[in-house]
Design a protein. Sequence first.
Length: 375
Amino acid sequence: MTRAYNAVDADGHILEPLDLWDKYIDPEFRERRPRFVIDDNGKERLSVEGKLLGNPRGIGSLGSVGARQGIVKPGTLKYAEGRKGGFDPHARIVDMDADGIDAAFLYPSLGLFAGAVEDPGLAAAMCRAYNRWLADYCKPYPERLFGVAMLPMQSVELAIDEMRFARETLGMRGGFLRPNPYHGKKMINDPMYEPFWKMAEDLDFSIGFHEGSTTAMPTVGVDRFENDRAARHMVSHTMEMMLVALSVIWGGVVDRHPRLRIAFLESGGGWIAPWLDRMDRHFDDQGFNESAPKTRPSELFQRNCWISFEPVESSIAVLANYIGPHKIMWATDYPHSDGFFPGAPQMLRDRLGPLSAEGKHQVLAGGALGFYGLG
């Protein structure tokens, strides 16, 4: 890479076009492809074999960046009216330039719900179609737009196939998984996933965990806040990520696979320090460490893991000193309604004052470059 990277969005999103699965899905799955529908309440949803996915309030919010600041009124946009850069890479580059963002790593929007698709073959076909489209979206700007592959963990074998295709055919550097359990209550350190982790290590393929706010997958704690959407959002994103971090670190995934790179995304970052401290305390306690990994949890995090903060988190400079600025990333969440656009890089700079110039660079760009294998 010849471009200088001084501000890197580690977790941006695209908006899947309405005809993505019409055009890109393999012919044998065309009749079963996802479809955009209007539900009984007049809301836009994604329908997959009769199951409605996405926010019951409608999926238009996925493109409503600016709602946080009052620039866009929540609930007023239809999905197709969402921020143009979600659909169009050329428009996205204009928005990135306006914010001084040099590169963006791109995750899905509707595809965040794909983990709820029950049939492994259909899930794999959806992922293959999406990844083909995403590669085309990124193609005009190969040094600025980087696709993160969608992986069908409904089948470990099919997830491995798609990871290999994404890496070897499409040239993608990483893929994403939901932190929620895919197979009943089996966490990601279950022995059934060992072939997946071995292949990710062999392919030098980064894995980012990203929640998606749908109760169609097992989601911890949301049953306690059935009538409070904000509370469910807070619970699902942060607590599911804490559990998968526990599974990856304490559960031994990165202990067994020392070259893996794993990130915990869109869940805030402030929880990681006390969570690592708690793991370390149990590691040191002879009465509690019968299931501990061989290596100290905080050391495993330093070797193998990264975490993404939101640009408005006031603790980011303190945590950068605590866990190391090179282990921290940030994200715009563009073009989602709770995203940070415009102005995310400046929000970060305003909070990074105590850090050295090198520390600031690591948070703004170096952490993401290291995680995705560009550094």
